[in-house]
Design a protein. Structure first.
Length: 165
């Protein structure tokens, strides 16, 4: 079992993705979250996001825009993050509550309408990461009590973030 000290001493790693036209948005989000003490990794396209998630690289949270994602690839990304206890926060400049409900229904942890403030972003990230920590703790305790985690991925890989293929 991986020690919780190993995982909590490192800053949480956030994957920030937005389409090619939104380089400024990626830079702003990276700056806001880095200033708040998080480590950021940037992806320019949904394809790159999926590659990073498949690579086994440690990612604790995904923040992405919704405009470039097709339904099937978005479902695939949400499936990858949910199965690895990695929450996803989605944002959009389009004020459509139906879009927000659709994304949340697909499994996103939270949805932010743009423009958002630094406080809104950091608050959403902190809540999502707290939710992740509680979920991992719950899985760990269920495993210790031999109740089973209900997932097929070994718990030590979930906690360490090193997902081997």
């Amino acid at each position: 079992m991986t020690s919780t000290i190993e995982t909590t001493d490192k800053p949480e790693r956030i994957l920030i993705e937005d389409d090619d036209d939104e380089e400024t948005m990626r830079e702003i989000m990276t700056h806001m979250l880095t200033a708040a003490g998080y480590e950021c990794r940037v992806a320019e396209t949904p394809t790159k996001t999926l590659e990073i998630l498949d690579s086994g690289e440690r990612i604790d949270l995904v923040c992405c825009g919704v405009t470039e994602w097709a339904d099937d690839s978005f479902r695939s990304m949400i499936g990858k993050t949910a199965s690895r206890t990695v929450p996803a926060i989605v944002s959009s400049a389009t004020f459509e509550p139906s879009l927000m409900m659709k994304m949340l229904g697909m499994g996103c942890y939270d949805f932010l309408f743009r423009p958002f403030t630094r406080e809104h972003l950091v608050f959403a990230v902190r809540r999502a990461l707290q939710h992740r920590r509680l979920k991992l703790e719950n899985l760990y305790l269920r495993d210790r009590l031999r109740l089973g985690s209900g997932i097929e991925i070994p718990l030590n890989l979930l906690v360490s973030g090193s997902m081997d293929k």
